[in-house]
Design a protein around this ligand. Structure first.
Ligand code: COA
Length: 337
């Protein structure tokens, strides 16, 4: 039997995003730890981030983002065939946040899968959506990137290098089949597990014995996200340009063809270094980290949603997405809008 892969095209038919209302300024951070607004802005570009109130999970943040994306696509929950929920901070250990969202928004009894690839979660999710649409299995897929990182931060001087960086937020995109000459051109995925411990959250852990988290673990701060900032920075500024060039080369594109590069919002200095290394103009590169910090899987769909809302994206534009984060895992995608 000959298998013929379909030439089905797929595109982003709607975007949306949502940030919790509570703004946490650098000034406020300096009340919890020995830091200053000046230090944070100089080293990271971040002015403020958003934190949820207790009781709010990524599946809650995903609801308004999804509603906005469905509206933009002219679709309802009934039209969606599948949910892909990218998060490294799920509401619960089990079941996944996609399952919670299915119930909260009244989707049909469709499949829902969580993707845990941290800062690259949204792009991994995009590549999964790509495969389902290409094979003709699904017509419309909801892809979420949402995080509640605030509850994994050590809000004392001990945790200050990591705590100032991360925030909460959600972005959504609807991925749909199309017959038009547009859409997602390629996705590129990588990991290198040698660096697991450079950016990780150790506890609770299923392999640590009974119970999965002990008083000793808590005392040692294993419930907090731990980051070796210098090592992450060093790898990020190499991997980002590498994976962006890979995406451009795969599609015979040049850097000047990029209308917008939407990099994962890790740190303003990382974004500036990518821009410089690649020789891109200011207006080609999106940065919104000053407002939200690093929302992990949320940053790319939030930045995309904002760019669309601000009218920065028109049909036919070439967009490049790129990410790097815990794992290490990194990825890119090229989209003809
Ligand atoms: N406020 C004030 N001082 C701080 C601080 C804070 N929030 N965090 C760290 N410091 C101190 C350190 O303790 C250190 O003090 P010392 O010299 O007395 O030991 C000094 O500032 C320099 O620390 P260092 O870690 O060398 O700073 P840095 O220039 O590497 O900046 C990061 C730290 C975290 C901002 C930087 O490494 C970074 O951005 N890394 C990448 C992080 C990232 O993008 N993560 C997400 C990837 S998905």
């Amino acid at each position: 039997v000959e298998i013929v892969f379909s030439k089905v095209k797929w595109y982003i038919s709607g975007t949306g995003f949502y940030l919790p209302p509570r703004v946490v300024s650098n000034e406020e951070m300096s009340k919890y730890m020995d830091t200053t607004d000046k230090w944070i802005q100089e080293r990271t570009g971040i002015k403020e981030r958003r934190y949820v109130d207790p009781g709010v999970g990524p599946s809650d943040l995903a609801i308004p983002a999804t509603e906005q994306a469905l509206n933009a696509a002219g679709l309802t929950v009934k039209d969606i065939d599948f949910i892909i929920f990218a998060t490294s901070t799920p509401d619960y250990y089990a079941p996944g946040s996609g399952c919670l969202l299915q119930n909260k928004m009244g989707f049909g009894e469709i499949g829902a899968v969580d993707v845990r690839v941290q800062c690259s979660g949204f792009l991994y999710g995009l590549s999964i959506a790509e495969q389902y649409i290409r094979t003709g299995m699904f017509k419309h897929i909801l892809l979420i990137g949402a995080e509640v990182q605030s509850t994994a931060m050590n809000l004392t001087t001990e945790g200050r290098d990591t705590a100032i960086i991360f925030g909460d937020g959600a972005g959504a995109a609807i991925i749909s089949k199309t017959d038009e000459n547009r859409g997602i051109m390629s996705t590129h995925l990588h990991t290198d597990g040698r660096y697991v411990k450079e950016l990780w959250l150790e506890s609770p852990s299923s392999k640590s014995g009974h119970p999965r988290i002990t008083g000793k673990d808590l005392h040692e701060g294993k419930q907090y996200l731990q980051m070796n900032g210098k090592e992450v920075f060093r790898h990020a500024v190499t991997r980002f340009p590498e994976v962006i060039w890979e995406a451009l080369d795969a599609n015979n594109l040049k850097k000047d063809d990029i209308h917008l590069l939407i990099p994962h919002q890790a740190n303003l200095r990382i974004t500036q270094t990518i821009q410089k290394k690649m020789g891109l103009e200011n207006n080609q590169v999106i940065s919104n980290i000053h407002k939200y910090g690093n929302t992990t899987a949320g940053t790319i769909p939030i930045a995309l949603g904002e760019a669309v809302e601000e009218g920065k994206v028109s049909k036919g534009n070439i967009l490049v997405f790129a990410s790097f984060g815990s794992g290490f895992s990194w990825a890119s995608a090229v989209v003809k809008w």
